[in-house]
Design a protein around this ligand. Sequence first.
Ligand SMILES: NC(=O)C1=CN([C@@H]2O[C@H](COP(=O)(O)OP(=O)(O)OC[C@H]3O[C@@H](n4cnc5c(N)ncnc54)[C@H](OP(=O)(O)O)[C@@H]3O)[C@@H](O)[C@H]2O)C=CC1
Ligand SMILES: O=C1OC[C@@H](O)[C@H](O)[C@H]1O
Length: 398
Amino acid sequence: MSQNQFTCRWAALSLSNIASVFLPDVLLPREASSSIKHELVSVSTTGGASRAADWLAENKIPNADSITVYHSWEEMLEKGDFDVVYISTPHPLHYAHVQKALRCKRNVLVEKPATMNRTQFTQLCQLAKDQRVVLMEAMWTRYLPATLYLQNELLPRIGDVKRVYAEFSFPIVSPDLSHESRFLDKAAGAGSLLDQGVYALTWADLALNGLPSSQEGTKTEVVHAHSMPVPGVKGEVDDINTVILAKSQNGDSGSKHSEAVAIVTTSMTLSGSSKPAFYQRLQAKKASPAVRIEATKASVSIPFPPIRPQELHVQWYDEEHLDGNGIETEEVVKMPVERGWGIWYQADVIAERVARRKGASQSMGEVIGEEESKRVLGWMDRAREMAGIVYDATLEEA
Ligand SMILES: NC(=O)C1=CN([C@@H]2O[C@H](COP(=O)(O)OP(=O)(O)OC[C@H]3O[C@@H](n4cnc5c(N)ncnc54)[C@H](OP(=O)(O)O)[C@@H]3O)[C@@H](O)[C@H]2O)C=CC1
Ligand SMILES: O=C1OC[C@@H](O)[C@H](O)[C@H]1O
C-alpha cells in the first residue's frame, strides 16, 4: 500500500440511473500502489424502506451493510461523516442540493449540467470559495485519457484551430420511453441542449479554448442557435439543436473578425436504432466522427460517442508529415479508458484535491473547472435565448 494513500469516503445524494454507473465504476478495485481509493459510506434516497438495500445489492456495492442510509438528503448533508457528496438528481434540483451541501461545508461533485444556468453556478462557485470547500461539475469527459491527450499533446502541435464540428446525438427517445422520464419532463429539465449539448459544447470549448494561450484576448460567443422540439411531447422539449459559436479578439464576432468557428449539434431522436438497451446505443458504430477539429497543420477526428472518446484520428497536412508524394498521413492514437466506463477519472481528480487540502489551513475554497463550466453554461443560456428554449422561471431562480 502506498504510504500516502487517501481513501475518499463518498456520500450519494440520490440513487439515480447515473449513480448506478458512477458508483460501481468508482468502487472498482484499485492497485495496491494507487494513491487514491474510494469507498461509499452514505446514501440518501427519496425511495421507500427497501429502496437502498435493493439498489446496493443490484449494483453489487462492496460493504453494503456498513453504508448509512438516509431518507432525508438534508439530514445526510447535515450529519453524515464523508469526504465528498455526489449529487445526481435531475438538473433543476442541482442548485438547491449543491447550495445546501456547500452551506454544510461539504465537498461536492455535481452531475452535468451543474445548474440550469450560469447565474446559479456563479453563485455556487462563490459559496464554495466562502465555505472553503471544493466544488466540481461532473463533466467526466474532460478527464479521460483521450481528452487529456488532445489537450496536452495535440492542441499544442496542430496549429491554429479554425473550425470545429461537435455533434452528440443518439436516440434516447425510444417508443417505450415514459413521458414522465426526466428526458421528456420539462419540469425535470428535459431537453437535448442541457442534456447532450453540454458535452458537445464542451468539445467546442476544448478545441477553441483548450490551451491557455489560445484564450488570450479572445472571446467565444454564440452567434446562431436553432431548435426543433421532440414531436408529440408536451411542453416543447428541445431536440434537434444547432448552435454556432464564433471566436474572436475581445468578442468582436462580426463574421469578418472571427478567427474560429464551431458548429454544435444535438438530438435525442436522431440518429440510429433505439432498439438496443440504453447504454448500448452509445456503442453504435457511426460512419461520421462525432467531433472534428480542423486546424492549420492537422485535423483531429473523434469517433462516437463523444462522451467517452477512446481514440483520436489525426490527419496531418503540415510539411513535416506529408509522405513522399506530398500526400497527407493519418495517425490513429488509441487511448482507451483503463477500467470500467471511465467515469471514475473525475472522482480521482476531486479526491486528490480534497486529499491535498486535508489538514492544511485553507483560506478559500475552490472550483475545479470553474471557467470551463461557466463558459459552457453561458453559451447554453444564450443559445436558449436565441432558439426560444424556455423553462418555467422557478427552475432558473438563484
Ligand atoms: N455523467 C453522465 O454520464 C450522466 C449524467 N446524468 C445527469 O445526472 C442527473 C440525473 O440523471 P438520471 O440518472 O438520468 O436521473 P434519474 O431520473 O434516473 O434519477 C434522478 C434521481 O433523483 C432523485 N430525486 C428525484 N426527485 C428528487 C427530489 N425532489 N429530491 C431529492 N431527490 C430526488 C431520485 O433518487 P432516489 O429515488 O434515490 O431518491 C431519482 O431517482 C441529471 O442531471 C443528468 O444530466 C445522467 C446520465 C448520464
Ligand atoms: O450524460 C449523459 O450521458 C449520456 C446519456 O446517457 C444521457 O444523454 C446523458 O444524460
